[in-house]
Design a protein around this ligand. Structure first.
Ligand code: ADP
Length: 304
C-alpha cells in the first residue's frame, strides 16, 4: 500500500484565471492505494462520492490504470482534510494525492507535468471542464503558472515571508459549485480588460520573483472574472477593506470562492489580526467563517 498527501491550494490569485495557483499548508488530503480485486473501489468517512467515476481520485486512477495497461484492481482510501466546495482545491488535493500514490505504487516515474495532466482529469468531474491551476499547485507545491497548449507547469518558490490567510464562510455551496461559478464568467471580454489583467498578472509574477510582497498584494486584481462573481460573495469589499486596514498587502477570491484569501508580509504583519479582520468582514454580513492562516506548501508526496 502507498499513501500520499497533497495540500490545499488557491487558484487564480486575482488576474490569473485558470493559470495561477499556489499550494497552501492550511490542510491536506491523504490518499492510500493498494492493489485489490479487479476493479476500482473507494472508501472514505467523508462526504464525497464513493463511485469511482464521480470521485476525482477514482477518475485519475482509472485514467492511469488504462493508459499503463495495469490489470489488477485497486482500493483507494481517502481521508479529506481540505473542505470540499469552498475554493481551497479540495477535489484537486484528492486528485493530486491519488496520482502521486498510484504512480508510486507501480513505479511509473512520471514528471510533475505528467502527474498534473492526470490529476487534471479529476477536475473535469467536479468542475465540468479540465483546469490545471489547483492540481498543478497541489502536485508541484509553491506558486505555479500553467500553459495548456501544450501542458507545461512553471513552478516558483514564493517569497519566504509571504503569509496567507483564508477565510472559509459557513455557507452551503451547491454540489457543482465550480461549474456554477464558471457559468457566470463572460465568454467575450473587451481587449482593454485583457490588457489590464495581463499587466496585473505580469507584476504579480515579478513580485514573486523579486520577493516584493507589496507588489504581489497590489497585483491581486482582476477586472474580468471577479466582477462577474462579486455578487456571489457580497462581503468581499468589506473583507478587503478591513483586511488591508489590518495590514494585508492584498485580498482576492480563493479560486471559484466562496472563500476569500488575504496575502501579507508575515515578517511585519500579524496574520491573526488579518484573520480577525476577515472574520469581521463576513460577520458584518451575518456569516460565520473559519480562518486558516497559512504559508505556501510543498507539493504532493508519499508518507509512511
Ligand atoms: P473545490 O474548490 O473544493 O475543489 P469543487 O466544487 O471544484 O470545489 O469540488 C468539490 C466537489 O467535487 C464536491 O461537490 C464533490 O462532490 C466533488 N468531488 C468528487 N470527488 C471529490 C474528492 N475526492 N474530494 C472532494 N470533492 C470531490
Amino acid at each position: 500500500m502507498i499513501t500520499a498527501q497533497a495540500p490545499s491550494s488557491t487558484a487564480n490569485l486575482g488576474p490569473g484565471f485558470d493559470v495561477f495557483g499556489m499550494a497552501l499548508d492550511a490542510c491536506f488530503d491523504t490518499v492510500s492505494v493498494a492493489e485489490e480485486g479487479s476493479s476500482i473501489t473507494i472508501s472514505s468517512d467523508d462526504d464525497i462520492p464513493l463511485e469511482y467515476t464521480k470521485n476525482t481520485a477514482g477518475i485519475v486512477v482509472d485514467m492511469m490504470r488504462t493508459d499503463f495497461d495495469i490489470k489488477p484492481g485497486v482500493h483507494i482510501k481517502i481521508r479529506k482534510g481540505v473542505p470540499a466546495g469552498y475554493g481551497m482545491g479540495s477535489s484537486a488535493a484528492s486528485a493530486a494525492a491519488a496520482a502521486t500514490a498510484y504512480s508510486n505504487l507501480y513505479n511509473l516515474n512520471l514528471s510533475l507535468t505528467e502527474l498534473t495532466r492526470y490529476a487534471g482529469y479529476g477536475e473535469q468531474a467536479s468542475a465540468g471542464s479540465i483546469h490545471y491551476d489547483n492540481v498543478a499547485a497541489s502536485v508541484c507545491g509553491g506558486f505555479v503558472m500553467v500553459h495548456t497548449k501544450p501542458l507545461r507547469v512553471i513552478n516558483l518558490r514564493p517569497p519566504e515571508n509571504l503569509t496567507m490567510c483564508v477565510a472559509v464562510p459557513d455557507v452551503s455551496t451547491p454540489e457543482k459549485k465550480t461549474q456554477v461559478s464558471r457559468g457566470v464568467i463572460p465568454e467575450m471580454v473587451p481587449l482593454c480588460d485583457v490588457t489590464t489583467n495581463i499587466s496585473f498578472a505580469s507584476s504579480l509574477v515579478a513580485g514573486m520573483c523579486t520577493g516584493d510582497i507589496s507588489l504581489i498584494g497590489d497585483s491581486l486584481q482582476d477586472v474580468i472574472v471577479e466582477p462577474a462573481r462579486r455578487h456571489m460573495i457580497p462581503a468581499l469589499d468589506d473583507i478587503r477593506n478591513l483586511a488591508v486596514s489590518a495590514g494585508a498587502a492584498g485580498v482576492t477570491i480563493s479560486g471559484a470562492g466562496p472563500s476569500v484569501i488575504a496575502f501579507a508580509d508575515g515578517s511585519i504583519v500579524d496574520i491573526d489580526s488579518v484573520g480577525e479582520a476577515m472574520r469581521e468582514g463576513f460577520g458584518n454580513h451575518d456569516i460565520n467563517c473559519k480562518i486558516f492562516p497559512c504559508k505556501s506548501a510543498k507539493g504532493a508526496g508519499t508518507v509512511q
